[in-house]
Design a protein around this ligand. Sequence first.
Ligand SMILES: NC(=O)c1ccc[n+]([C@@H]2O[C@H](COP(=O)([O-])OP(=O)(O)OC[C@H]3O[C@@H](n4cnc5c(N)ncnc54)[C@H](OP(=O)(O)O)[C@@H]3O)[C@@H](O)[C@H]2O)c1
Length: 257
Amino acid sequence: MLNPSNIIPSTKSVVIFGSVSSVGRAIAHEFAKQNYSIILCDINQDENERIAKDIQIRYKVFCDTTFFDAEDFDRHHEFISEITKKVCGYPEGIVICFGYMPPQEEAQKNFALVKKTVNINYLGVVSVLEKFLEKFEERNHGFIIAISSVAGDRGRKSNYIYGSSKGALTRYLEGLQHRFARSNIRVLIVKPGFMDTSMTYGMNLPKRLIASPEEAGRIIFKSWQKNKQVVYVKWFWRYIMLIIQHLPRFIFLRTQL
Ligand SMILES: NC(=O)c1ccc[n+]([C@@H]2O[C@H](COP(=O)([O-])OP(=O)(O)OC[C@H]3O[C@@H](n4cnc5c(N)ncnc54)[C@H](OP(=O)(O)O)[C@@H]3O)[C@@H](O)[C@H]2O)c1
């Protein structure tokens, strides 16, 4: 048990999946500053515990961890009851930050990588969220922040395995926004553009297009506070993707995107 016994959960709580990712960590800090109780869920439990200790010390909030494997669908029910015990009920909100991007050319030749990509980026998210949403709907309150990607906005040869899994995720989240349009449940879709994280490590990306995870965390948190429905972390990505999406097919097919 990580939490010092003198810190009890506050009434506001958030569960962050993929909390070891740099952006998940940055978002956790933003919620901790607002005195939220936090449950950090990740496949890397050692690092997760280090992050939780750091948050407890810095912000004096309740912060606990749970091991979570997005691909282990059969354990998700059990896992949700573990979380509800920790925060004494269902949390106010869920943040989804886990993800997996295989090298495109390898994935084209190896179906196991395609399956892993879809399992983590799409099925893992749906499996977890639907289990919370039933309760959110019943009490008519809650929020979801989920990180999708601009890669899902149009299929491109350089990244279409990852892109199609994120495209499916975006469609799913749009469906949730429609489902909850008349309720008090909010869904924020995040399309970060490039972020400087382990996922993009070693890629030769133009510096001006990249956001740091801390900057991304701040922008995502502010967008959630402002009740936005979609956020492109660096604002210009909205326009870059608008152009890419609307390029006529005969031009698009000649590009090297
Ligand atoms: N970086 C970018 O430019 C960019 C752009 C658009 C969208 N995104 C999205 O942003 C989110 C955060 O990614 P990131 O850039 O911060 O990269 P990252 O550090 O690689 O984060 C991905 C996280 O997902 C976790 N994860 C992988 N497989 C998992 C599984 N089976 N179950 C549970 N967790 C698992 C990873 O844990 P391990 O490290 O232990 O494997 C890691 O903590 C992802 O959804 C990504 O698709 C990133």
